[in-house]
Design a protein around this ligand. Structure first.
Ligand code: PMV
Length: 311
């Protein structure tokens, strides 16, 4: 049996402003993983089983827009191979939470197939294959998820007016602890992105000022991360959060979790992703992780993940 794994991802700084040409930073969550195994079948055919998702897909019968079938077929074509195969997929990455679970599952499948056929693919090739399936999940994906996950590296991302992204990997010099608290509120990114767009259409000057401030925060954060100056992250998160609040994408639930976490000793925190729900992230010291976790759970978080970024 062969296997492959892939990490999740999270946006650290710059969401929303990134839609308006400002930079954003995203990092891999290496301790949160999807896994795929590949083994030979005696009978004919290729079957993909994703028990966590309650799905069983036969390659020949699958819909053309099925992402698991698509990544399998694309990978087999790329490797120039075929066979009678059983692929099993498991994942500890929460779905639809801004963690890139779709890209992680696809990446795990690509790696497991390459391993099974004893072929090697570069991170760039894997990222390119996964980008094709991201189109099925997201329509016009930014390319953040497949890049962070295939390279398993922090990236700076800038979306050009033409639509394509300029992606620059960088090193996080010193590992740090991130506590991720889920509000339990599903908030489609499409809606908050649309609301920010309406706000910008009504008062472009005010919103451009906010986006400018976010761009400056992102640049400072990248310099700090690359220099190992992690003591600056908390303040940068607080500043980014106040700009997100000014954009109108925070919510009482997010603010409640932030207040609880900061009162319990987190260095700083902010929402991550689209906002109005989803996740709140905190930079915490090791000795503060437990008290911050307890405080945000008491304040209504439905799930807390404590994970190391970098290193
Ligand atoms: O929730 P995520 O991690 O997919 O991030 C959404 C980020 C936004 O800037 C709000 C939207 C976008 O397409 O960049």
């Amino acid at each position: 049996m062969s296997d492959g794994t892939a990490c999740g991802k999270i946006i650290l700084f710059g969401e929303h402003a990134v839609v308006y040409g400002r930079p954003a930073l995203a990092v891999p969550l290496s301790q949160l993983r999807a896994r795929a195994t590949v083994e030979a079948r005696v009978e004919d055919g290729i079957v993909i089983r994703a028990r966590d998702l309650g799905r069983e897909i036969w390659l020949l019968n699958s819909e053309l827009d099925d992402a698991l079938a698509t990544i399998t077929q694309l990978t087999l074509d790329k490797l120039g191979v075929t066979g009678n195969l059983e692929i099993n997929v498991t994942s500890e990455i929460p779905v639809a939470s801004g963690f890139g679970s779709g890209a992680a599952i696809s990446t795990a499948i690509v790696r497991a197939l390459a391993d099974y056929f004893e072929k090697s693919l570069t991170a760039e090739e894997i990222s390119g294959l996964v980008y094709e399936t991201e189109k099925l999940y997201h329509g016009t994906p930014s390319g953040i998820d497949n890049t962070v996950i295939a390279y398993e590296q922090a990236i700076r991302f800038v979306r050009r007016p033409t639509g394509e992204g300029e992606i620059t990997p960088f090193q996080v010099a010193q590992p740090f602890l991130l506590l991720i608290a889920n509000t339990g509120i599903a908030s489609p990114t499409k809606i908050t992105v649309g609301d920010v767009r309406s706000g910008w259409e009504k008062d472009a000057m005010a919103f451009e000022k906010i986006f400018y401030a976010v761009g400056a925060i992102v640049n400072e954060a990248q310099v700090a991360l690359a220099a190992g100056e992690n003591e600056k992250l908390g303040d940068l998160m607080r500043r980014n959060q106040s700009e997100l609040k000014a954009m109108g994408v925070s919510s009482p639930e997010i603010e409640r979790l932030l207040e609880a976490g900061l009162d319990a000793g987190a260095f700083g925190g902010k929402l991550s992703g689209g906002g109005r729900g989803g996740n709140v992230i905190f930079h915490v010291a090791e000795e503060n992780a437990e008290p911050v976790k307890r405080a945000v759970l008491e304040a209504g978080a439905v799930q807390v993940i404590v994970t190391t970024v970098g290193g």
